[in-house]
Design a protein around this ligand. Structure first.
Ligand SMILES: [Zn+2]
Length: 443
């Protein structure tokens, strides 16, 4: 009897008083609806941003668009004492690589790096796409404003850079416009390869693709809900890891899913007016996005996007048919919502870039014992660690205990069989790393 009461008391103590950072509220307020509106207009006014479109004109085509994006990043950098490293990252994609590449093309991404003070080679990335398309994916001359798909995400990445460049962070933040999305995710492939070649330590990518539509084709109008897509486990995991899951769990606890949970939690804490909806899949049913090339090579990555899409305004020739106006035009974008989703990104970039790296080498034990045991490697820059756990059917880390600056801990009275567990590192101002799911068994 005594033991049961103790068990309950223990749960009482584990309710987590989340420490909040006032800076994140300032960041939310600093995101400008007006600037997002202007930038989406500017991008849509390039006529088409098709990956194969004109690159010489100053007013039309993807060349003009990317030069403008670079000039915006350069301007932001000038305003913060050259705090951004701005450059083009490019790869040649040859005609016939797939059916949508009807001529040789240089796929050019625009990258801006805000270098971290403490972990300069550790990166959290926010991406949008530069390119657009109409009904025929190989039509590179027709008007293709791509206002929501994906000038909204591109404008969001530029605006996040404007806001966050006023601050200094421990880790590096990358703001990037990717190209070649509609032709087969080529820009993402190029940057993921570049990251590997340069040994970038990537925490994850927040891929923003369509963050400005609130009127769904399903008849729903909703300016609070947005979706966070994440794959369950890494696509390139080993056969050994796959087999171990049968016995130790982890089917819904891959690195991208932990990133999704992190974003969900940050939004619930700082933007309670929003309704983040985790979707337990890589992307929409049978459809693609630019986080996938990062996932393919083992980096964490999620897609952030509106909850209700309107297919009459995606990948459509501009026309009126049976009384319906088709086309992805400027007037359909909802900027108060675009501002909210940009803020969602900005606070997560700020929080992750302020946090120590996640613990590595996380061990778990407790087979046929009344307590769950943990061990992990201490992290440089962490002041302590937090053990998280949840019911096996829960999508979110519902319970936690801060355990101080130790590298092992036993949760008395918590049976390992009945929960999933993970460990996060906590920094001096309370910012937490992503949660690491245990990857080895201890006795
Ligand atoms: Zn698209």
């Amino acid at each position: 009897m005594k033991k049961i009461i103790l068990g309950l008391a223990l749960f009482g103590f584990t309710i987590n008083q989340a420490q909040t950072d006032p800076k994140l509220y300032d960041i939310i307020d600093a995101v400008s609806e007006e600037r997002l509106r202007n930038d989406v207009k500017t991008l849509a006014d390039f006529g088409t941003r098709h990956t194969l479109s004109d690159t010489l004109s100053d007013t039309r085509g993807i060349g003009a668009a990317r030069r403008w994006i670079k000039s915006e990043f350069d301007k932001i950098s000038k305003d913060c004492g050259d705090c951004l490293e701005v450059f083009y990252q490019k790869d040649l994609v040859e005609k016939g690589t797939n059916q949508r590449i009807v001529k040789d093309v240089m796929v050019v991404n625009v990258v801006a790096i805000q270098r971290g003070n403490k972990y300069p080679n550790r990166f959290i990335i926010m991406s949008g796409d530069i390119d657009s398309r109409v009904s025929d994916p190989t039509d590179f001359t027709s008007d293709s404003p791509g206002a929501n798909d994906n000038a909204s995400g591109m404008a969001g990445a530029i605006e996040a850079a404007r806001v966050l460049s006023k601050y200094k962070f421990d880790s590096s933040i990358i703001y990037v416009g990717l190209s070649g999305e509609e032709q087969g995710l080529f820009g993402g492939q190029g940057l993921a390869k570049y990251a590997q070649d340069n040994n970038w330590d990537i925490v994850g990518i927040l891929n923003n693709d369509m963050i400005g539509n609130i009127k769904g084709v399903d008849g729903v109008i909703d300016n609070r809900t947005f979706r966070i897509f994440s794959e369950p486990v890494p696509a390139n995991e080993s056969e050994r890891a796959r087999r171990a899951r049968r016995f130790y769990g982890g089917e819904v606890d891959g690195i991208s899913r932990q990133l999704a949970r992190y974003v969900h939690k940050t939004v619930k804490t700082y933007m309670p007016e929003m309704n983040p909806m985790m979707v337990y899949r890589l992307d929409r049913f049978g459809r693609g996005g630019h986080h996938r090339p990062f996932n393919d090579v083992g980096f964490a990555g999620i897609r952030i996007m509106e909850a209700h899409e309107n297919y009459t305004q995606q990948h459509q020739d501009i026309r009126t048919e049976d009384g319906i106006d088709y086309g992805d035009t400027f007037e359909h974008v909802n900027f108060p919502y675009c501002k909210k989703l940009t803020a969602v990104n900005a606070i997560n970039l700020a929080s992750i870039a302020s946090s120590p790296p996640a613990p590595k080498n996380v061990g778990i034990g407790g087979i046929v014992q009344p307590s769950a045991k943990f061990s992990w490697d201490r992290v440089d820059g962490a002041v302590g660690y937090k053990i998280y756990w949840r019911d096996t059917t829960s999508p979110t880390w519902d319970n936690s205990r801060y355990v101080g600056d130790v590298s092992e801990y036993t949760l008395d009275g918590i049976v390992v069989d009945n929960f999933f567990f993970g460990i996060a590192a906590v920094g001096k101002d309370g910012h937490e790393s992503l949660v690491t799911f245990p990857n080895k068994i201890i006795r």
